[in-house]
Design a protein around this ligand. Structure first.
Ligand code: ATR
Length: 326
């Protein structure tokens, strides 16, 4: 099954994460990124994922430019709730109804679209009841500004409360061979409630492709230089995991990145992934992961290779960890 259904739309289970085209992973070339996005649409990768805070704001503008003339092919997903200033500094999380309304109007303008296909709350605001935030999102659906609504990094109890206000169409959460926590409660809950599970950082921010040999080769402004799993002894320990994955991948005749994605698709039919890339050929490579068929015993072997907690280091720094699973 290469697609899943969100509302009345078919979405390819490999989407495209656009964040790295404008932020966090060092500089990227806008024209090249536009070409990558357009190529993705041409080959059938239709979910394009962004957020107002990426750039900040520039990533939505870039996506808006890229989909001009191709709007009908794209399933546009964006997010609100993490506030930043012009310099990129984080200002906090806001899920108040007034903020939701303004953020949506601003995103529509930057994207140059009449509606957003999937609008997520990026991080749950502990100071606003989820019912109030989702109530405001529901009004956006009624107004025709948003088709479907989603949550990101929400706790299972929060998801249930949200769902009682309006159907939640997608949950976006980090999930990969080095972040298996969502298997405990989130993935089964999404299945029960008919929610698509959208795995972000399915390649462990590039690490699980085997392509990152050292953080020294990363751009000086690349945030991964200071990310716990890429730092000090953790890097060396995690490298052993990805080296073992690379061995399996060559036995299966696929790339390590494809193995990481194929493992994820083998988990359940309602799981999809949005790997990020700034390279055209990697769109094709990642899409082809849908054709890598892992047997049940292959999946079991990978599960044993990378059990829950196998990765050294937390997935975010201390501040970042306080914003997830709320
Ligand atoms: P995120 O959700 O943060 O974008 P991810 O999808 O786990 O994280 O990984 C994104 C990283 O993987 C990017 O740095 C991307 O690098 P490029 O922009 O240079 O492509 C890298 N990446 C994506 N697909 C890849 C592939 N097939 N092989 C190797 N690296 C890949």
């Amino acid at each position: 099954m290469k697609t899943l259904t969100i509302g009345n739309q078919q979405v390819t289970r490999v989407g495209l994460g656009c964040m790295g085209m404008s932020d966090f992973y060092g500089p990227a070339d806008d024209q090249q990124s536009i070409d990558v996005i357009r190529h993705a649409l041409d080959v059938g990768v239709n979910m394009l994922d962004t957020a107002d805070m990426y750039g900040p704001w520039r990533n939505e503008q870039l996506l808006g430019k890229a989909i001009k003339g191709k709007r009908d092919q794209a399933f546009v997903a964006t997010k609100f709730g993490v506030m930043r200033d012009e310099s990129g500094a984080f200002l906090g999380i806001n899920g108040s109804p007034e903020y939701v309304r303004k953020a949506c109007d601003d995103s529509l303008k930057r994207l140059g679209v009449e509606h957003i296909d999937l609008y997520y709350q990026h991080r749950v605001d502990p100071n606003t009841p989820i019912e109030d935030t989702v109530g405001a999102m529901k009004d956006l659906v009624k107004a025709g500004k948003v088709k479907y609504i989603g949550l990101s990094e929400a706790h299972p109890d929060t998801i249930r409360r949200a769902q009682s206000v309006h159907p939640i169409s997608a949950l976006q959460t980090e999930y990969s061979l080095w972040t298996r926590d969502p298997e405990q409660a989130h993935i089964p809950l999404c299945k029960e409630l008919g929610i698509a599970f959208v795995a972000y950082s399915p390649l462990g921010r590039g690490f699980l492709s085997g392509g990152i040999q050292s953080t020294e080769n990363l751009d000086p402004n690349d945030y991964r230089r200071s990310a716990p799993r890429f730092s000090g002894d953790n890097f060396a320990q995690n490298k052993q995991l990805v080296d073992a994955m690379a061995e399996r991948a060559s036995a299966y005749g696929c790339t390590t990145a494809q193995l990481a994605l194929a493992w994820l698709f083998a988990q359940a039919g309602h799981v999809m992934a949005i790997p990020g890339t700034t390279k055209r050929h990697r769109i094709d490579e990642n899409l082809a992961a849908l054709s890598v068929n892992l047997s049940h015993s292959d999946v079991v072997a990978l599960n044993e290779l990378a059990p829950l907690g196998a990765a050294a280091g937390t997935r975010y720094d201390e501040r970042g960890m306080t914003t997830v699973n709320r």
